[in-house]
Write a protein that binds this ligand. Sequence first.
Ligand code: IPE
Ligand code: IPE
Ligand code: MG
Ligand code: MG
Ligand code: MG
Length: 324
Amino acid sequence: MKSYKELYSLVEQKIQQLNFDKHPKELFEPISYMLSLGGKRLRPVLVLMAADLFGEDIENAVSAALAVEVFHNFTLVHDDIMDRSDIRRGKPTVHKKWDQTVAILAGDLMMIKATDILCETKTSDLKNLISIFNKAAAEVCEGQQIDMNYEKRNDVSVGEYLEMITLKTAVLLGCSLNLGAAIAKANASDMKNIYEFGKNIGVAFQIQDDILDSFGEGEKVGKKIGGDIATNKKTLLLIRAFELADASTKNDLQKLIEEDAKNVDEKINAVLKIYEKVNVRKEAELLKEKYLATAFSHLDKISVDDSRKEILRNTANELMQRMS
Ligand code: IPE
Ligand code: IPE
Ligand code: MG
Ligand code: MG
Ligand code: MG
């Protein structure tokens, strides 16, 4: 079984080989820029890990791995427009470095290229791969729209939040593992369990993303800390803070969310103080653990030797503690 580090290096090398050095440069340069900024390469690594788990030569899963990473980067380019984010991976976002029209079109082309790359997979059942991929891609769009809708709502429940992050984030992790498993011709029950493993890890992954957005170190996270607070994102932290706060704190929080902040940094600091007061981080950590446990219960059911699953188990554990 290959380690995360080995698979990461392979993905990195293959991404560098993708050729986006074409005309017009305003369309292609942002794509190369975005793909060269790095990141964890989690989704392609998961594609390869699943292929490896079920005994497939990982070379046969490289195209699918690259396809999900290009797709993921497309979603980030558009997400940064939607979330008004200026920094990603420690560098200016595409719509800041160029402009919004460039970011929209570069994102569109990345989506198209992602499908093209997926279709390069040598497999007897390409239709199945495309259907796994497109299902997740459509769900990400649904999740992203729900995320935007929730910016304007103040009565979002934890259940609604979990449904939203399942769509915008978790399904793509499930999809990545499913693509690797499908290429390796895993059986239906293993396909289902590895998907559920990925989806549950994905929910925990997004909870951690929300924790880092409020409590992380800007340098490591590579985004502006407090971005979710600034845009009134209905994260688990905000939803639970409302539920846990006493009447007067709730009132303060309500005002901070409803009024147009004159000073965004003041708003962020005031909300962070409330988060600390009601100890909402602890809540988020507990829920993360719950999803991790569910994920592992699905991993346990997969019909391969336990020793082969160790790498997925370790990866999941490391993701829960991630700082970037
Ligand atoms: C960011 O994804 C978007 C989310 C779904 C939280 P990652 O945290 O995987 O971003 P990179 O690719 O490592 O930069
Ligand atoms: C992003 O969620 C999910 C997708 C890009 C589909 P976030 O908006 O929380 O991701 P970051 O924090 O900007 O990376
Ligand atoms: Mg977003
Ligand atoms: Mg965002
Ligand atoms: Mg985030």
